[in-house]
Write a protein that binds this ligand. Structure first.
Ligand code: FMN
Length: 334
């Protein structure tokens, strides 16, 4: 049976997780380029409804999508119900087929104002926001939760139930508390509990980075799908790999050369969005290199050389040289 979020059909149960500073239009394009139909949904990085309320240009810019990017979801964060609704309208005007509410961001500047993970302390307020947005907007509304504020207040079941009652079409759970931030492991048994408790599709998010973790965390959970975050940065071909694995197809893992070639694709996109800003290009490409190669001992020397590049041309030259080099960088496991 096809997987749906409300009226929107997803071609795959593998979803690109929202990641601030990462999943902009250019990165999402890169993921589309690498994985095609194996990506079920593209989600923006979170966008502040307060900034949208003040007509902040950068926040509007963050809602941009490619014409062939679909299904497309805009994630919003904030707290004031009427600001959330107004921002949701802007998102729909700009092509959002789904609008997601962030109830998980742990950043102090977000939770201080009662948004992000602070909403996990107030499931009834999550319901208020969902209800108003469902009433006002013509697209499905979803929520992305953490398991709670801390271990003493695990509110994911109540928040999930209330969101569903208020009309949410799907719920995603990153099963860590706000206090845990990104430390320790993601508790996928909580995803399983939530999936069993709700009628709407439940998506799990956390620590799925390869076929082993997909098998051990996602598959036994009973969740409808999985969001891929840091794993998709380290291996932008992860959707394709897991899609093929799920279909019983065997495929060799991408080589590091293949992955590094993507830096050029990314750079081309940046040039389009930010012409004449070479410093920004270099900074953003290095940021991606940094995240892609973190905790990867097999790239040690190359990582350092890429990150020390003084210009984007020098960095891309190193990438080009990989084409001609011996396959010393080939990874054993992808
Ligand atoms: C750099 C970064 C930025 C993130 N930004 C967001 C965000 O904007 N909205 C959100 O709901 N979650 C955000 N997250 C959380 C991820 O969506 C995801 O739930 C979490 O990283 C666990 O999944 P993973 O282990 O697959 O990365 C972010 C995570 C990272 C690493």
């Amino acid at each position: 049976m096809a997987l749906r979020i409300g009226s929107v059909e997803l071609g795959s149960h593998l979803i690109l997780a929202p990641m601030s500073g990462v999943t902009d239009r250019i990165f999402r394009r890169l993921i589309r380029h690498c994985n095609g139909a194996d990506v079920g949904l593209y989600v923006t990085e979170f966008i502040s409804v307060e900034c949208l309320w003040r007509e902040n240009k950068r926040s509007l810019f963050m809602m941009r999508k490619d014409v062939d990017e679909s299904p497309f979801c805009v994630q919003l964060y904030g707290r004031e119900v009427h600001h959330m609704v107004a921002a949701g309208r802007l998102a729909v005007d700009r092509g959002a087929q789904i609008v997601d509410i962030n109830c998980g961001c742990p950043a102090p500047k977000v939770v201080r104002r009662g948004g992000g993970a602070a909403l996990m302390k107030e499931p009834e307020h999550i319901a208020r926001i969902v209800e108003a947005m469902v009433e006002a907007l013509p697209v499905p509304i979803t929520v992305k939760l953490r398991s709670g504020w801390d271990d003493e207040s695990l509110t994911y079941l109540e928040a999930g139930r209330r969101a569903q009652e208020a009309g949410a079409s799907a719920v995603a759970l990153h099963p860590r508390t706000r206090k845990a931030l990104y430390k320790g492991e993601a508790h996928w048994t909580l995803v399983g509990e939530l999936a069993a408790a709700l009628d709407v599709p439940v998506f799990g998010s956390g620590d799925v980075v390869d076929t082993e973790s997909y098998q051990h965390l996602f598959q036994p959970s009973g969740a409808a799908g999985v969001m891929l975050g840091r794993g998709a940065i380290q291996n932008p071909f992860l959707f394709r790999e897991l899609g093929r694995f799920g279909r019983g197809e065997r495929s060799p893992p991408p080589s590091l050369q293949e992955k590094f070639q993507l830096l050029r694709v990314y750079y081309e996109g940046l040039r389009e969005d930010y012409p004449e800003r070479p410093k920004l290009h270099l900074g953003r490409v290095k940021n991606l290199v940094n995240r892609m190669t973190r905790d990867r001992p097999q790239v040690g020397d190359l990582r350092q050389r890429l990150l020390r590049s003084q210009t984007i041309d020098a960095l891309l030259l190193l990438v080009a040289e990989m084409d001609a080099s011996e396959p010393v960088y080939l990874e054993a496991t992808g």
